[in-house]
Design a protein. Structure first.
Length: 201
């Protein structure tokens, strides 16, 4: 698949999400710094630049969406747990339609999913630096939380952390990789005061 001049392969996550896995040498991400000029009018006042390295974009108004500082705190917690730091990470909260469009464009899947991660190697040449974009669909996340009897904040935190770990190179395409990634997620969530999302009984 192609996104502008950038090629992507399809990496289908087994449990939560679909992740367009970035091919080394590509530089573009949907919402990141290289595209910020073209997105500025679209984002308007809904963009929350929480710090120089992490930007939160609200693609629409939704009372159930966590605020920028909480989202940023979850991003930071995930990065610190794997000894990484943000170089330029954009988290965009999107509508179902926008998520479906992204999923079609980058994965060829004509449906909305909860979270998509777009790793980039353009800005973070430093060994521990991480850059890329995360798209989170508020409607899907909220619906999942209700269906799974989870607190909304707990599920939001889980999806943000999940997306960040994908930017750091983690996946769950095999049982071993899934176990490793899930154990990190559980540890981070417990540190934040949230229960184990995989063992709620």
């Amino acid at each position: 698949m192609r996104a502008s001049s950038c090629q992507w392969t399809t990496g289908l996550c087994r449990r939560h999400c679909g992740v367009p896995i970035h091919i080394p040498g590509c530089s573009q991400t949907p919402f990141g710094p290289e595209n910020r000029g073209s997105l500025r009018s679209r984002r308007g006042r809904k963009t929350k630049v929480v710090n120089n390295a992490i930007e939160v974009q609200l693609g629409h108004d939704d009372k159930f969406v966590p605020d920028g500082p909480r989202i940023t705190a979850w991003v930071d917690s995930a990065l610190k747990s794997v000894q990484k730091r943000a170089v330029a990470i954009t988290v965009r909260v999107v509508t179902r339609d926008e998520m479906q469009n992204l999923n079609v464009r980058f994965r060829g899947q004509n449906s909305a999913t909860n979270v998509l991660s777009f790793p980039s190697d353009n800005l973070g040449s430093q060994r521990r630096g991480v850059s890329g974009d995360i798209a989170v669909c508020s409607v899907v996340v909220q619906t999942e939380a209700q269906e799974q009897n989870k607190a909304a904040d707990a599920h939001w935190a889980h999806m943000i952390i999940h997306g960040v770990l994908h930017l750091c190179g983690y996946d769950h395409t095999t049982d071993a990789a899934a176990t490793d990634m899930e154990s990190i997620e559980v540890l981070i969530l417990r540190q934040l005061g949230f229960p184990d999302p995989y063992n709620l009984h």
